[in-house]
Design a protein around this ligand. Sequence first.
Ligand code: TXA
Ligand code: MG
Length: 321
Amino acid sequence: MSALQTEMLAPDAAGVARAAQVLLDGQLVAMPTETVYGLAGDATNDMACARIFEAKDRPRFNPLIVHLPDLEAVSQIAILSPAAVKLADAFWPGPLTLVLPLAKDHGLSPLVTAGLSTVAIRLPAHPVARAFLNAVGRPVAAPSANPSGRISPTTPAHVRAGLNGRIAAILDAGACQVGLESTILAPGVDGTKLLREGGIAREALEPITGPLSIETTPGKVQAPGQLSSHYAPLAAVMLNSDLSDPEAVRIGFGPSTGCDLSLSPSGNPVEAAARLFGLLHEADALASQLGKTVIHIAPIPEVGLGRAVNDRLRRAAAPRE
Ligand code: TXA
Ligand code: MG
């Protein structure tokens, strides 16, 4: 692919307007959201959607999440059941993605849905994302803005490191707050399925959905968030470490001595989620600087967002394909 000059755009009215123009031209823009940076393309444009897969070097045409500004826009491409409306009322805008049946005449590129009869939709809460989506006025497809299989980007610097020269622009709104991708749910007549752990914890969802059936097992759903090796740093990753090996780059959680970096010195899983991908980028850089080949990570409790953090860490540690 010919190298592009990747434009850096400020998160003001002029920057947002320019980003929208670039996107409507069929080019790709890295867009800030509260979870991670998204690699945004026009979801109604086949070429733009194909460019998303090309820029990420994604090996498979997995379905993409469609980003919209409001429920009115959702109702034009998908069917909202009462269960879906209940979830939308409780959690949108925010880090939740709903898999919904496609509406007739949805106009989406088949690359977005990968030929399925459903579509994954999210209304991000980030004010710059919302301004951008309103300016675009069309459904926007956006996977995380990283090369396939690598760590998700939570800062514009991460996006540049992975995709500079491969995308037209980056809308720079600083670091993402949540730091983990959205939770993905599929509401259905016989209950709601959890397809991906993410920015909203199970504990917050189940009062609304009732008991979730969990379908996040690697291999079961053929989509990137479900691949067993994903979110991988270049160095090897070992989990549940006591951090006693001085040959490793050591990442702690909670009060601990002798770690190089910490996910949360106070042991807070929400802070760990927000810092996770940034810290993995840092640990990787530190490993190559010190000539180390392994990253060791302390145990994180399986509660609240700790579950989503552990899910990402297990994939980062899984044998590489
Ligand atoms: O936080 C996020 O969700 C970020 C930001 C940029 O919004 N986006 C993101 O997109 O993580 P992506 O493309 O990396 O994740 C797509 C996931 C797939 O792993 C797949 O599980 C799910 O969305 N997905 C998409 N369409 C689906 C469908 N029709 N049925 C089931 N799962 C679907
Ligand atoms: Mg991703």
